[in-house]
Design a binder for this molecule. Structure first.
Ligand code: 5GP
Ligand code: ZN
Length: 114
């Protein structure tokens, strides 16, 4: 039996509905949901439905899909906080990446001073 990285991937499980999440947005290529441990008044994770380990792999394989994530982040912030937001891609374990399915952290909904 073949094994796929996706079988063990938490965010593939969320996208497939095997793991519950608070959905914010979904289309044919993207899924967005609330971070379970929010670091801002609004903290949304945007993921591509296709599994890529990190943002550099995604950028190399499908730059338009990466651009669509940025546009969706802007949409979320336009609705939540007059278009102001932080967009973070932790990349690599030592930078704080804990889930190796690329995800954009959208932090918004409050003034951030530092
Ligand atoms: P990373 O540290 O990889 O950049 O970000 C992973 C994020 O996923 C963390 O902010 C963490 O709170 C969030 N997270 C981890 N497990 C779950 C989960 O089961 N559900 C949701 N909604 N978020 C999760
Ligand atoms: Zn995955």
């Amino acid at each position: 039996v073949e094994s796929h990285a996706e079988d063990d991937c938490l965010f593939c499980g969320i996208i497939a509905g095997r793991v519950p999440s608070e959905k914010v947005y979904e289309d044919e290529s993207l899924y967005a949901f609330k971070d379970v441990n929010p670091k801002a008044a609004v903290h949304v994770l945007i993921v591509p439905k296709r599994h890529y380990a990190n943002v550099a792999e995604l950028a190399a394989a499908d730059p338009e899909l990466l651009a669509s994530m940025v546009i969706k982040a802007q949409d979320i912030a336009d609705q939540a906080f007059h278009g102001a937001y932080r967009l973070i891609f932790n990349t690599g374990k030592d930078a704080g990446q804990s889930v190796f399915h690329v995800h954009a952290h959208v932090l918004t909904g409050e003034v951030m001073d530092e």
